[in-house]
Design a protein. Structure first.
Ligand SMILES: NC(=O)c1ccc[n+]([C@@H]2O[C@H](COP(=O)([O-])OP(=O)(O)OC[C@H]3O[C@@H](n4cnc5c(N)ncnc54)[C@H](OP(=O)(O)O)[C@@H]3O)[C@@H](O)[C@H]2O)c1
Length: 225
């Protein structure tokens, strides 16, 4: 069955998925690129952005897996760009140029309505103002039997986690401490997940968390209400 998954999500040891002070110069926040330093050298990333061959190895294999079998993406508005509040105009079309690497419908959560944007290569950004349930429903309809990937950022993943809707998360744990930024785990109960794989890569430790079958959560940690 099609999964709702997070893949290749770079995380610091202290749990941050983005640095503080995101803006046009710092899309990932200050020091955020340290979270993606495992991804940039991979063949997967280099092929997407057309520079050089890139490295093969475990990091690349994990990045490649993350891109396979996806029929739709869900993003938060902060991942889509640096603009906050009402859209001043229709000029901003994402960080990724004329041909973004998604090649599917991409549902962007926002409180500020905007017409869809069709890009080269099959990516279409569709803005969703009715919340995470509506975005997921539309993504499922678009994806058919393929998976839906939540691309981030942190606030978006957190909402789907809190709602218990994510089937699988692949985290690329980086050996850095950010101390500030967007924290992935704060105040979340992850007792419904288990770690099914941990695999050392060249620049990150790859951790796969999977949602447990409903009856397998231990009574000692079960929610009581
Ligand atoms: N570590 C990684 O691998 C990784 C991966 C992806 C992204 N990132 C980084 O994560 C950062 C972005 O994360 P973030 O936590 O700041 O924000 P985000 O999740 O990308 O976006 C949050 C924004 O999306 C809109 N939104 C979210 N949920 C909504 C809902 N239910 N209904 C309506 N609108 C909703 C709101 O924007 P409005 O109210 O303004 O419309 C909200 O402020 C960026 O720096 C990005 O580069 C990191």
């Amino acid at each position: 069955m099609a999964k709702l998954r997070v893949s290749s999500f770079g995380l610091s040891l202290d749990g941050y998925g983005a640095g503080p002070n995101q803006d046009l110069q710092n899309p990932l926040g200050v020091r955020g690129p340290e979270l993606a330093a495992w991804f940039f050298p991979t063949r997967t990333f280099q092929k997407m952005f057309g520079q050089g061959d890139g490295e093969t190895g475990t990091d690349n294999a994990m990045a490649e897996q993350g891109m396979a079998g996806i029929g739709a993406w869900i993003l938060g508005r902060n991942m889509f760009g640096p603009i906050r509040g009402p859209w001043p105009d229709d000029n901003w079309k994402g960080w990724w140029g004329e041909e973004p690497p998604y090649h599917t419908p991409v549902f962007v959560l926002t409180h500020h309505a905007r017409a869809p944007i069709r890009m080269k290569g099959g990516t279409e950004f569709r803005f969703v103002t009715e919340g995470i349930g509506a975005a997921l429903e539309r993504a499922r309809a678009a994806a058919g039997d393929r998976d839906i990937r939540i691309g981030g950022g942190v606030a978006t993943i957190r909402q789907y986690l809190r709602a218990g809707l994510i089937d699988e998360l692949h985290l690329a744990l980086r050996p850095v401490l950010l101390g500030a930024g967007e924290h992935l785990w704060h105040d979340l109960d992850l007792g419904d997940y288990e770690c099914v794989e941990s695999l050392p890569g060249e620049r990150a430790m790859h951790i796969i968390l999977r949602k447990r079958a409903p009856q397998t959560r231990s009574p000692a940690t079960s929610r009581t209400g």
